[in-house]
Write a protein that binds this ligand. Structure first.
Ligand SMILES: NC(=O)c1ccc[n+]([C@@H]2O[C@H](COP(=O)([O-])OP(=O)(O)OC[C@H]3O[C@@H](n4cnc5c(N)ncnc54)[C@H](OP(=O)(O)O)[C@@H]3O)[C@@H](O)[C@H]2O)c1
Length: 350
């Protein structure tokens, strides 16, 4: 029975466990990416996005330092988040303090924003990110969404008229150039469906190493996971705890799951740890955001225990949440799509 089967990817070829790294409590496992020449990726990363409100740079910087102190060595940012600069400052400060020996110990991912998804803007955008981060290279550079807006547009929600056809071949060629120049050790995509990945793979000389997508117990993405496993594309899970709630009335289907609460109680773990461990056991790597040191410490402690078969069956049966973050949500409801078919840029697959 598919849902009940433990996915052993986390111990098989794609997720080859290359080495371990000591955190405050348990060794953080690492994943060898199949494409590019990045150092092994720590199998859990810290997110730096303020999804509801932008986070103050000093808050981000201090939180990243706290993350480094408890053992995080993998950080996720994007030009959109405004967190590249404080992340870079925190890494430099960690080197000065001797928390890490050098920047090479840290795995940094950043992303190309949708207004820059045009071949002539890709390299320039990465160079700007490197400038913000004050590093010579990123470990992983991702196309943030399979959506392209007219260059220079700033309105959000975006105008429907500003959506442009996505030049998958041209943009990917420039991502490969970023890799060839040594500015991105590996390149990949985010929020891509199997349909978008087909187009990238048809054009690629260097295949995408990663697809970063929403993945958690209420958004299990089985079809996409099977596709990526077959193609050797590693899944990185954003919003592993159900994402950030921007208003009191929003419910968090992961952290409020009774099924997860029951398992957490039985295992003597937190709900967050159960969700993160489940993702890891599916062969994916969660990127989790908390700026609270106690939670950071809790979130990284998922490598020295296991869920049992019964837990996996129960989690496999959790009803899946209706997805509200769709491509249409990027755009204002007024106006018309004049240059694209919405179905071509939709990033929700099931
Ligand atoms: N590629 C993309 O399109 C995309 C989209 C979304 C996110 N991301 C990336 O993925 C990262 C993580 O996703 P996310 O920020 O959306 O959400 P998330 O990690 O699923 O959840 C974050 C929320 O959970 C809370 N939390 C964290 N640890 C907890 C714990 N142990 N117990 C209870 N609550 C806990 C946090 O609150 P506190 O902060 O108050 O602790 C925060 O409100 C982002 O920061 C970003 O780097 C990428």
């Amino acid at each position: 029975m598919v849902l009940a089967t433990r996915n052993t990817n986390h111990t098989c070829s794609l997720e080859k466990q290359t080495s371990t790294r000591m955190s405050s409590a348990a060794a953080v496992r690492e994943v060898a990416l199949r494409s590019g020449n990045a150092r092994p990726m720590p199998a859990i990363g810290m997110g730096t996005a303020g999804m509801c409100n932008p986070l103050a740079p000093e808050t981000t910087r201090d939180a990243v330092l706290a993350g480094l102190e408890v053992g995080f060595r993998h950080f996720d940012t994007a030009s959109l988040y405004g967190s590249e600069q404080p992340l870079g400052e925190a890494v430099a400060e960690a080197v000065r303090r001797g928390l890490v020996v050098s920047r090479e110990e840290v795995f940094i991912t950043t992303k190309l924003w949708i207004t820059r998804c045009h071949p002539h803007l890709v390299l320039q955008s990465l160079q700007e990110s490197l400038q913000n981060l004050q590093v010579e290279y990123v470990d992983l550079y991702l196309i943030h969404f399979p959506v392209s807006l007219k260059p220079g547009t700033t309105a959000f929600p975006a105008k429907r008229e500003d959506a442009m056809p996505f030049d998958f071949e041209g943009v990917w060629r420039e991502m490969e150039e970023c890799h060839r120049l040594g500015l991105a050790k590996a390149v990949g995509v985010s929020n891509f469906t199997t349909k978008h990945l087909d187009k990238i793979l048809a054009a690629a000389t260097v295949p995408p190493a990663v697809n970063q997508v929403e993945l958690n117990p209420v958004r299990q993405q089985r079809k996409l996971r099977a596709y990526c496993a077959e193609k050797g594309i590693h899944i990185v899970a954003h919003s592993p705890l159900g994402g950030q709630q921007c208003s009191e009335s929003e419910r968090n289907a992961v952290l409020e799951s009774e099924v997860l609460a029951e398992i957490a109680k039985a295992r003597g773990k937190s709900i967050a740890q159960v969700a993160l461990r489940w993702i890891y056991e599916q062969g994916a790597s969660p990127i989790v955001k908390s700026f609270k040191k106690e939670r950071l410490k809790e979130n990284i402690e998922i490598f020295d225990w296991e869920l049992n078969e019964d837990d996996l069956i129960k989690i496999g049966q959790i009803p899946q949440k209706k997805v509200v973050n769709t491509a249409e949500g990027i755009f204002s409801p007024e106006g018309e799509f004049t240059s694209v078919d919405l179905s071509d840029i939709e990033f929700v697959e099931e």
